[in-house]
Every structure is written in structure tokens, then in C-alpha cells.
Design a protein around this ligand. Structure first.
Ligand SMILES: Nc1ncnc2c1ncn2[C@@H]1O[C@H](COP(=O)(O)OP(=O)(O)OP(=O)(O)O)[C@@H](O)[C@H]1O
Length: 275
């Protein structure tokens, strides 16, 4: 579990994060949702320690990451896996070597142990036959899979993904989302995902934090987000014509349901009979 409290960050006097607090639980996919420029990536970078917040605290499983103790920071960093937007694979290394890299850097594993772990991780992400390929020889979706295998290889307890399905076709994007979701549950990882994709929200949003102009305006699960009354979030969700259509169908199905209840001689739920 990761807890953030009152995270604030300004650049050149311009406030980008305005006191964000929240809890990211383990075994859950926690989404940072919002339009471009709302501070999602800056918050993610603060949480992983790439940017120092001006104020606020970040705690990983009870250990305070923001207390400047180098040993502790390094201990936590070893448990962090990152999936970058463009996958960020090393072009000069083949797929196996990319996945092996953090094992060489962060663990005392022997060569044989590393080989077994790489094999296991590549199999888990469905790339058992791609180990010898170079990044330039594989598709965008496969690159994301390699990035995921590399991120989880050292038994990471925390997984951070910056727009994991950017640049992918919708079907591949869903598969990548599903893979991240399954791994989160399987290994009880605390996963934090930056996204502005409503498909991801509806598919894998266990816990969603909606950011707007550096403020947290809403937090909740995918089953409640469509009913939000927060105007900025409603505007964000229904900016997509697909989501507007989905809402319309939902409302029409609701009306049909109500109609059939009345036709069957029962009162619609929530309505009291007239005296
Ligand atoms: N290193 C930096 N120096 C100055 N300003 C920055 C820096 N990093 C981010 N910003 C500014 O902070 C604001 C929030 O940026 P951020 O990248 O977090 O947005 P975002 O919500 O992730 O958007 P997107 O979805 O487009 O990536 C933007 O106005 C951006 O220009």
C-alpha cells in the first residue's frame, strides 16, 4: 500500500499539484485520471522519487519515502517496477537482455537464476518465443509486454505505468490493460496507472483518482464513476461520443426496465403507491 499526503509541487511559481492525498492499495489497479496537463505525470514522478515534492509525504507500506534517508529510499526503489510510455527498451539489447537488465542491476541472482526468471516472465506475458528478437523487430504491443516483463522481473511490489496503452490499437490496448490487471491481482502488487483513457477506467479501474488543474476532485471505483455529479469529471467522461452513447443506452434500458415493471403490475422501485 502507498499513502500520499498533501503533495504539493510548483514549477517557477506555478502550482501544478495542490495538496493531493490518497491511498493506493495493494492488489488493486489505482488510476490517476485527468485531461492533459492536470499534473498526473508530475504526481507519478513525485511518488517514485524522480521529482521532489515541495510539501507532503509519501509512505510505502508504512515506510516514509520522503524522509531523505538514502538507504530506505534505495530499499523502496528496488521494489518499484516502471512501465514507461514509449516502453523505453534498450535498443541495443534483445528482449531477453532487456528483461534480465534489472535482475543484473538490482538482485544477487546467479546467471542461471536470472535465465530462469527471464524465461518465466516472458512466458507470463505471452512472449516465450520472442527472447532473441531485437526491439526494432517487434510490434508496439509486444514492446509493452517486454516492458511489463522487465518491470515485474525483480519481484516488484509496486508497479507504475505511464499511459500503458498509448499508441496501441483498441484491442491490443485492452489486452495490455488486462495483463496489468491480472498481474496486479496475481502477485498482490500495488499498481498505479496514469491514464486519460475511459476504456481503461471501465475495464480495470479498481480505484480512480480524478485530477483537474492540480486538484483531486473525485475518487472512487469504476462502478460509480458514471454517476458522478462532479461537473469537471462529467465533462471529461462525456467528451467522448462513445461514452455519451453508452449513457443514452443505459438510460433507455433503465426506462424499459421501469416500463416492464409497471406493465407487470408492480410499482417501480423507490416509488410509493399513491394514497
Ligand atoms: N519539469 C517541469 N518543469 C516545468 N513545468 C513542468 C515540468 N513537468 C511538468 N510541468 C508542467 O506541469 C503541468 C502538469 O504536467 P503533467 O505532465 O503532470 O500533466 P499530465 O496530466 O500528465 O498531462 P499529459 O496527459 O498530457 O501527460 C503542465 O503544465 C506541465 O507543463
Amino acid at each position: 500500500m502507498i499513502e500520499i499526503h498533501n503533495i504539493q509541487k510548483s514549477f517557477s511559481g506555478v502550482k501544478v499539484l495542490n495538496g493531493i492525498s490518497g491511498i493506493f492499495e495493494s492488489g488493486k489497479t489505482n488510476l490517476l485520471l485527468g485531461a492533459s496537463g492536470t499534473g498526473k505525470s508530475v504526481l507519478l514522478q513525485c511518488i517514485v522519487g524522480l521529482i521532489k515534492p515541495d510539501l507532503g509525504s509519501i509512505t510505502y507500506d508504512g515506510k516514509v519515502f520522503t524522509n531523505n534517508k538514502l538507504d530506505l529510499k534505495q530499499e523502496i526503489r528496488r521494489k518499484i517496477g516502471m512501465l514507461f510510455q514509449g516502453s523505453a527498451l534498450f535498443d541495443s539489447m534483445n528482449v531477453e537482455e532487456n528483461v534480465e537488465f534489472p535482475l543484473r542491476m538490482l538482485t544477487p541472482m546467479s546467471k542461471e537464476e536470472r535465465r530462469e526468471r527471464v524465461e518465466f516472465c516472458l512466458k507470463r506475458v505471452g512472449l516465450e518465443n520472442a527472447g532473441k528478437k531485437m526491439p526494432s523487430e517487434i510490434s508496439g504491443g509486444m514492446k509493452k509486454r517486454v516492458g511489463i516483463a522487465r518491470a515485474i522481473a525483480p519481484n516488484s511490489r509496486y508497479l507504475f505505468c505511464d499511459e500503458p496503452n498509448s499508441g496501441l490499437d483498441p484491442l491490443t490496448a485492452i489486452k495490455i490493460d488486462e495483463l496489468i490487471y491480472e498481474l496486479t491481482k496475481e502477485y498482490d502488487i500495488t499498481t498505479v496507472i496514469v491514464t486519460h483513457d475511459m476504456n481503461s477506467v471501465m475495464e480495470i479501474g479498481d480505484n480512480i483518482m480524478f485530477l483537474h488543474k492540480g486538484n483531486k476532485l473525485w475518487e472512487g471505483g469504476r462502478e460509480e464513476i458514471m454517476d458522478t455529479k462532479v461537473p469537471e469529471l462529467r465533462e471529461f467522461i462525456f467528451a467522448s461520443s462513445l461514452m455519451r452513447a453508452a449513457k443514452k443506452v443505459d438510460e433507455e434500458l433503465g426506462s424499459l426496465d421501469e416500463l416492464s415493471t409497471i406493465q407487470n403490475g408492480r410499482e417501480p422501485e423507490g416509488e410509493k403507491p399513491q394514497e
